[in-house]
Design a protein around this ligand. Structure first.
Ligand SMILES: C[S@@+](CC[C@H](N)C(=O)[O-])C[C@H]1O[C@@H](n2cnc3c(N)ncnc32)[C@H](O)[C@@H]1O
Length: 298
């Protein structure tokens, strides 16, 4: 009995230790080199950055237009602020949208319906098909072709040496990028408070620089559930892969409200790091997503 328990504990620790920052720090010092659980020679990207950008843009634009009635304060700033996407609409189009919102005649879809109409599928959390693996992520409707952005890994982004010790204790949601950047995707406890506080810090007037609804059961960006994807096993091969994506400077400001990531420290100039999950094969409705926790592509 004791032996079985010990073996179970050892297996749990073996899977978890790479995400336990004090363990990483200790091994870094011992080995005198950067410790990665990701191979040094990272694979090529599954899809190009341009394709990731296009998918996010398409999805966020659709969510933005669906949320139009909530965007009135942003619209009011339009003459002064360079809103790249809204500039594409004529004033007549904007006016017709505002009036249709005011008269309540605009059809408002749920974020999942918007995703289905835009990308042809929806994803959501449910009990994993693996015994005792807790929650997992499933394709709930539609079909996802190979090479598609199917999800995003939300959370606070920590650069190397930024303080994450207390947030990392007992936290299985810390994701490590190839260059050592960490993303804390835990939606509870201290991690949750840190994310919310960073988000409030970065708000620019009516413009939200990121989304915090992934902390709830109903995210306004329905792709932001990637932290719940489980690890592959002998029976369940990986069908998605993590891919890093740095948000370019020209990302439309009014669409940043759908980005589920925020930097812990914004004093240092750099692009916001996001991680998306890309399908490695076609995935049908009802299938669970499985990644390989030890593989990330730049
Ligand atoms: C990032 S979380 C994934 C979401 C998790 N299933 C949950 O319900 O919170 C990682 C944790 O999920 C569980 N997990 C992931 N893949 C698993 C697998 N193949 N078998 C058993 N447990 C797994 C482990 O407890 C792991 O520490």
């Amino acid at each position: 009995m004791g032996w079985v328990l010990l073996r179970a504990l050892r297996r749990r620790w073996a899977a978890y230790k790479y995400r336990f920052v004090p363990w990483l720090a200790l091994n870094l010092r011992r080995q005198g080199r950067t410790l990665r659980y990701v191979p040094e020679s990272s694979q090529d990207k599954i899809i190009s950055d341009e394709d990731v950008f296009e998918t996010l843009l398409k999805t966020f634009k659709a969510l933005f237009l669906n949320d139009f009635s909530r965007q009135a304060d942003i619209l009011a700033l339009l003459p002064e602020v360079k809103c790249q996407y809204l500039e594409l609409l004529t004033w007549e189009q904007k006016w017709s949208k505002v009036t249709s919102c005011n008269h309540g005649s605009q059809q408002v879809f749920s974020p999942e319906e918007v995703l289905l109409n835009t990308l042809g599928f929806t994803v959501g959390r449910d009990q994993s098909s693996l015994v005792s693996a807790g929650t997992g992520v499933f394709v709930t409707k539609g079909f996802v072709p190979k090479g598609t952005v199917v999800s995003m890994y939300p959370g606070t982004v920590y650069r190397k040496h930024e303080p994450i010790f207390f947030q990392s204790l007992g936290n299985p949601f810390i994701f490590r990028c190839i260059d050592g950047i960490l993303i804390d995707g835990n939606d509870k406890g201290l991690s949750r408070s840190v994310y919310r506080s960073c988000r409030r810090r970065d708000q620019l007037g009516p413009f939200q620089m990121s989304d915090e609804s992934w902390l709830t059961a109903a995210p306004q960006n329905p792709l932001a559930v990637g932290q719940y994807v489980n690890n592959c096993s002998h029976e369940k091969a990986a069908n998605v892969c993590y891919q890093e994506f740095d948000v370019p400077e020209h990302f439309p400001i009014e669409l940043k409200q759908y980005l589920p990531n925020i930097v812990y420290n914004h004093d240092i100039e750099s692009h916001l790091r996001c991680v998306v999950l890309v399908t490695l094969r076609d995935i049908k409705q009802g299938e669970e997503l499985f990644s390989n926790y030890y593989t990330v592509v730049r």
